[in-house]
Ligand binder design. Structure first.
Ligand SMILES: Cc1ncc(COP(=O)(O)O)c(C=O)c1O
Length: 486
């Protein structure tokens, strides 16, 4: 029996249905291909043989075959017959239906928005949230209200899907001054945040099945976005110098992309050292791979000036820089941006025009005004000092409440710290208990993709400190944490 007979059962037609027979054959065959009951390269039955097997007219099968060929599932090889295409998207499971990527989805997809119920403030220790009490609402509201009042009929039409011109200009200026990146405004693309940026890049530059280096431990949405797009993340370990580039070169030299957080590795907080940066750039230029630099909180460094971005060293134009206003302004804004290499500008314009209506114009215009009136740089300066103080308050409170039972390794920056407790209970369980008590601590070991045996340094609680308003509050939260972890 050859391969074509094994799927004939799945082709049983339902003559009572109103769906035409050729459509039924098309759908069942497509699903058999997607589920890999028919493998790429397999020869399928000739239209005549299948028609006779199913008891339908030959033209009925031919109509189905024509559609499958037109969509690229089948390839007609003349005398050699018709075969399943060798270029298929990754397989999907039967239960998932034909168009989903169930094979890749995980039980607790972290790509879901971290939305809270309406009217609820972020819980204590929430990661990645800027100090919401320190946001300059007055200036912001004034600028936003002015923009609303100024809305003309022209402003009510579609905006540029690549981003609002003055905002792209303001971002380019800011990046030059603050992150050492020299780019033209045309290289800046405004997006709905980091995930949207990554999805845009992946969809524009990668093919399903392409391998991508990701940091391990890492930021779970990065893997989720890649997997959802049908790419294959390759977990590359991180040590005290950042991503182990040599490991990637050894184990997945042909990866098409690497996603890194060079300023503050998420979640360990270490910086990618200069030798590793150069090694990564060298690998990318040798293999024509892309690097996505996720610079989500590069501004928040408490000892010394912020490190220049990896993009600033990018002599061969392989780095795609991804920034976000979620940390520097607030996450509800849902705005981020990409800086793409010069050679990708046209491709990205085309992709943006194809897929998107762009981000809301009024919001973009308000951010542009906020930046050009220097409120942005002032806000960053103020919050950098504030976070250094709030971090010190949390460190002091942890020491006072837990004494010898906690170790905190401070890194040079970031918006959370890692508290490592001496406890026989695993960090996932500790995090679960804390969350049940309304404290949004996250486990470090939960951020690892590879389920290797974790040692002590892979365990700990990730605690956001940016919204801890006073030393008293820090003490109260740590006392609550102690009760929960007992
Ligand atoms: C590692 C990392 N990258 C990017 C972001 C920003 O994501 P977004 O722009 O989707 O809010 C975050 C936010 O928490 C993050 O932790």
């Amino acid at each position: 029996m050859n391969a074509e007979h094994s799927y004939l059962d799945a082709l049983q037609l339902d003559r009572g249905q109103r769906v035409p027979l050729h459509r039924q054959i098309y759908e069942r065959m497509r699903s058999a291909i997607e589920q890999r009951m028919l493998q790429p390269g397999n020869r399928v039955a000739s239209a005549r043989a299948l028609a006779s097997e199913l008891g339908v007219a030959r033209s009925t099968v031919e109509a189905a075959y024509q559609q499958l060929t037109g969509e690229g599932y089948l390839v007609a090889r003349g005398q050699a017959g018709t075969v399943v295409s060798a270029h298929l998207p990754p397989p999907v499971s039967r239960a998932a239906g034909p168009r989903t990527v169930d094979r890749h989805s995980r039980k607790h997809s972290s790509a879901l928005p971290n939305a809270l119920p309406q009217g609820t403030a972020p819980p204590p220790f929430q990661l990645g949230t800027p100090a919401l009490d320190a946001f300059p609402r007055k200036q912001w509201t004034r600028l936003a209200a002015r923009r609303l009042r100024m809305t003309s009929t022209a402003d009510m039409f579609y905006g540029d899907p690549c981003g609002y011109g003055p905002l792209r200009q303001a971002i380019a200026t800011y990046l030059l001054v603050s992150r050492g990146i020299a780019c033209r405004p045309e290289q800046v693309f405004v997006t709905a945040g980091y995930r949207a940026s990554l999805a845009f890049v992946v969809r524009t530059l990668l093919k399903p099945g392409d391998r991508v280096w990701t940091e391990d431990p890492g930021y779970p949405p990065t893997r989720d976005v890649l997997e959802h797009a049908g790419n294959r993340p390759v977990a590359i370990p991180v040590d005290s110098e950042g991503m182990l580039v040599a490991h990637g070169i050894r184990h997945a030299p042909k990866a098409r992309m690497a996603v890194v957080t060079p300023s503050h590795q998420a979640p360990l907080g270490v910086s990618l050292t200069l030798p590793r940066r150069l090694q990564l750039l060298d690998w990318a230029s040798r293999t024509n791979a892309w690097i996505v630099e996720d610079d989500y909180d590069g501004e928040y460094r408490y000892s010394g000036a912020p490190l220049p971005a990896l993009k600033s060293l990018d002599a061969h134009d392989r780095v795609i820089y991804a920034g976000s206003f979620s940390k520097t302004l607030y996450p509800g804004l849902a705005l981020g941006y990409l800086v793409v290499p010069e050679r990708l500008v046209d491709t990205c314009i085309e992709a943006a025009r194809t897929w998107s209506n762009g981000c809301p114009q009024i919001t973009q215009a308000t951010v542009a005004d906020f930046m050009s009136a220097s409120h942005f740089s002032r806000h960053l300066k103020k919050t950098r000092l504030l976070y250094a103080r709030r971090r010190a308050m949390l460190v002091a409170a942890l020491a006072a409440v837990f004494g010898e039972k906690v170790r905190v390794d401070l890194t040079s920056g970031g918006m959370h710290l890692i508290a490592r407790f001496t406890s026989r209970v695993g960090d996932r369980e500790l995090a679960r208990r804390a969350q049940q008590a309304g404290l949004n601590a996250q486990s470090l070991s939960g951020r690892y993709a590879a389920r290797r045996g974790h040692n002590h340094s892979d365990k700990g609680l990730l605690l956001g400190f940016t919204n801890i308003a006073s030393a008293d509050e820090a003490m109260r939260l740590c006392t609550r944490l102690r009760e929960v972890l007992k």
